[in-house]
Design a binder for this molecule. Sequence first.
Ligand SMILES: *Cc1c(COP(=O)(O)O)cnc(C)c1O
Length: 257
Amino acid sequence: MMVDSASDSASAAESAAARLAAVRKRIELACAAVNRAPQSVALLAVSKTWDASRVLELAALGQHAFGENYLQEALAKIEACSAQAPAGIEWHFIGPIQSNKTRPIAEHVDWVHSIDREKIAARLSEQRPANHSALQVCVQVNVSGELSKSGCVPKETVALALAIARLPQLHLRGLMTIPEPTPDLALQRERFAELRTLHTRVKAQLGRISPEAAARFDTLSMGMSDDLEAAIAEGATLVRVGTALFGRRPAMVRPSP
Ligand SMILES: *Cc1c(COP(=O)(O)O)cnc(C)c1O
């Protein structure tokens, strides 16, 4: 059977629009449930494993910020989108970072959410080109402890954040977490509440050093396709959504839990 590619891509664009509208609606309802303004939660579209064409399709629908996990894939996609994006895309790196891979990250993205040690932060600061604005960064915290190897332990968060806040080419914006997946809403909320508590603690300590640094520390990056409601109820200011916007990723390239 022949595939009519014009109507095929028209219906793909329609479903992208429908998925984006559905995710925005979920954010709006989750905000309404806890009396928050819907604009207080930013949507990061997690485009890992999906082509540049899918990014551009969402960008044309008004989605501005995209998140990537894997360096080579991210660089190729940033390059492919740079000439074509309607109004410029803000790129967020959200995957694990090896210390010998920091330079291209420092050179090509706007945000990094996944900093869990000082060495990585120091390299990113040092390698951020002088003609770029500061790199916006979050400290990743491992609030559930067991499964994930990424993220600093909660009790090290304040010290790590204070060290990062001193680096000249970075702007420390907040904390990020990926709790273990669970259908238990109470447990989801408990993990996110822990990150919010840590955020409050870091912000207070920053305030003693620099009111400007404390004011800038405004981001709680938490919540994904399956738990964004719980995250918003606990104060998320940015949710990172892949599956609900793009569909299910192929199983073999899914990150381990
Ligand atoms: C893949 C990924 C997401 C998106 O997860 P979904 O469940 O597909 O919404 C969010 N954050 C990080 C760090 C990820 O790796």
